[in-house]
Design a protein around this ligand. Structure first.
Ligand code: ATP
Length: 588
């Protein structure tokens, strides 16, 4: 398939933000796409090469891309950098530069989607000393044969700055229309995506076998399932109002969610955002097989750091020490954990998703044999507010964050934040009532004691509708010196020369970061803001929402991707909730 077709579709999509138009462009694109390339096109649309869980990362730095443009155009690096500064988009700068190309190429090879994809794939796989030179060679070979528009999109994909504003739901709408003529079939696609976590595979199947093929998607081992998420409640009363008088309460432990795929001695671990995290937990890989009494299984657990002497649960940050490539064995002994199982999604070659919570819990207890390392998460059946209160207290005393409340007769809803699971955290019971997970988009250099670090950070929410990150506050409190050091180490490699186009912020920062890192903050209030872009125009015209007195809680949410951060929808609902409380109080 000619890459020109894809570049043309990307170009049209970049010019609109309207979901219906985007869907239409996608439908037209899919109708022109041969079966063999549709999966690759779907990954490219999402700025990826493979589904997240395969961990194929492009990782090309701006500097290298600039050198490649220079090599293939014959134009000096300085001039390219100037052009880049004017427009703020290296892809666009490349297209302007290539228009003025001084070198002629004699043998122009056709540029196809297949060729671009294969080359990008090779670039992603390169490692080692000579990899930079090889990457540059590959990039400039593509640029040599590309026209300016094609070149601009190749670079945007490479740099991760392609911003088409297509959410997964829009892609699924378009697939349903293009291949089944009925948008309602999105539901079937959604289910397939939730159990496979692979939108490319879903696209390939519908294109090849129609909607009947997609209906057959099932959970399979060593292919992660998108996790079920919980809605939040603020009080014991609200939990009973929503769940009735017979439901399960479990400790909400403060660790890392791990999806374990186990067959014999083979164990693969996936994080909440479906990254393969097996290498951080060699102890789980080694110890868990003997606790599993089934031929194979997919289980969910919270890995929690513990104090070995007292058995007490330690906070999430302790697990951060395991995020390292080298000397992991040392970290394993220094920061011991327990694995606390709370769900089972697959067992002895069969999916358990449709079983009720109660049935799944029974199965879990039967299949996971407890020892000092593998545990069942503490659970109680509760009937009223007092029961909830009592169990909440026990849970907090044991060092956990609160409770997860779960309906007994409901299935596992992969990939959705529904109302079958609720979370009740201690901090929900005060002030704003909730912490938010926000994306770090910008930084301000510190002064005084904070020189040499980013003393203040600019944070954003995720706007799901347009796939953007919208500024919501600056945060400069709550950081210990150790936090500042650590954040500097993590953020410094994410600095970009220009603001990433997926960032929406009127506020200027000293430095801009790739929107990747998520941190947790609390605040006293959500207010209307003339500057910030979160939920702009959605509560009031010409105003966004901002956090008042935000404070870093000490949690760097490495297990969350930027797209898992708090959304504008969630912030609006907190804003409305807080207005309701204020109103109710004024009536007292
Ligand atoms: P949070 O920011 O509150 O940790 P989240 O956005 O990561 O939440 P939620 O579904 O909202 O995800 O909350 C559930 C999270 O709590 C899970 O991702 C898991 O890591 C953790 N957890 C701890 N104990 C349990 C439990 N008993 N059942 C389910 N999840 C649990």
């Amino acid at each position: 398939m000619d890459f020109a077709i894809l570049a043309d579709a990307f170009n049209k999509m970049e010019s609109t933000r309207k979901r219906l138009e985007l869907t239409q462009y996608l439908v037209e694109l899919f109708e022109k796409t041969p079966q063999e390339v549709i999966a690759r096109i779907v990954y490219l649309l999402q700025g990826k090469l493979r589904p997240d869980f395969e961990g194929v990362e492009l990782g090309v730095a701006e500097k290298l891309a600039i050198r490649a443009i220079s090599k293939s155009s014959g134009i000096p690096i300085k001039k390219i950098e100037e052009e880049y500064r004017i427009g703020g988009d290296l892809g666009h700068a490349a297209s302007v530069i290539l228009e003025q190309k001084t070198q002629t190429t004699f043998l122009v090879e056709d540029i196809t989607v297949e060729r671009v994809y294969e080359t990008l794939f090779k670039i992603a796989k390169l490692e080692g000393a000579r990899s930079q030179d090889m990457k540059m060679k590959y990039i400039s070979s593509l640029l040599n044969d590309a026209n300016p528009l094609e070149a601009s999109f190749i670079l945007k994909i490479l740099l991760g700055t392609l911003r088409l504003g297509v959410a997964e739901n829009t892609v699924m709408d378009a697939l349903a229309i293009a291949f089944s003529g009925n948008k309602e079939n999105r539901k079937v696609l959604e289910h397939a995506y939730n159990v496979s976590s692979d939108l490319g595979k879903v696209a390939e199947t519908i294109s090849e076998k129609g909607i009947e093929g997609v209906e057959k998607f099932e959970v399979i081992l060593f292919n992660p399932v998108r996790p079920m998420l919980a809605d939040r409640v603020k009080s014991q009363e609200e939990s009973v109002e929503r769940l009735g008088n017979n439901f399960a309460a479990e400790y909400k432990l403060d660790g890392e969610r791990v999806q374990l795929h186990v067959e014999g001695d083979k164990v693969v671990l996936y994080s909440r955002s479906l990254e393969n995290i097996s290498s951080y937990y060699p102890d789980i890989i080694e110890k868990i097989p003997k606790s599993i009494q089934a031929d194979n299984a997919i289980l969910e657990a919270e890995a929690v750091a513990i104090n070995e002497n007292t058995g007490e649960f330690l906070p999430f940050q302790e697990l951060m020490h395991r995020r390292r490539k080298y000397k992991i064995e040392k970290a394993v002994t220094q920061y011991p954990i327990t694995v606390n199982f709370f769900d089972i999604l697959f067992c002895n070659d069969k999916s358990c998703l449709d079983l009720s919570y109660k049935e799944r819990r029974e199965k879990l207890e039967k299949i996971v044999k407890e020892d000092e390392y593998a545990k069942h998460i503490p659970m109680a059946i509760v009937n009223n507010e007092n029961d909830v209160e009592e169990f909440l207290e026990n849970s907090i005393n044991a060092g956990s964050e609160g409770l997860m409340l779960k309906m007994l007769d409901k299935p596992y809803q992969a990939g959705s934040r529904g109302s079958y699971w609720l979370k009740l955290k201690r901090e929900y019971q005060n002030e704003l009532g909730d912490s938010l997970d926000l994306v770090v988009i910008g930084g301000f250099f510190g002064k005084g004691r904070r020189t040499g670090s980013y003393g203040t950070l600019l944070l954003a929410t995720y706007d799901e509708d347009v796939d953007m990150f919208t500024s919501i506050c600056k945060v400069g409190t709550g950081f210990s010196d150790e936090d500042l050091d650590q954040l500097y180490q993590i953020l410094q490699p994410k600095v970009t020369i220009k603001k990433n186009p997926r960032i929406e912020s009127e506020m200027e920062a000293d430095v801009w970061f790739e929107p990747e890192l998520v941190i947790e903050v609390v605040a006293s209030e959500i207010t209307l803001s003339p500057i910030h872009k979160a939920a702009r125009d959605q509560v009031r015209k010409d105003a966004g929402l901002a956090l008042r007195f935000p404070k870093f809680t000490g949690k760097i949410r490495t297990e969350k991707m930027a797209e898992d951060a708090s959304t504008n929808e969630e912030v609006i609902s907190l804003y409305k909730g807080q207005k309701k409380v204020a109103h109710d109080k004024s009536l007292i």
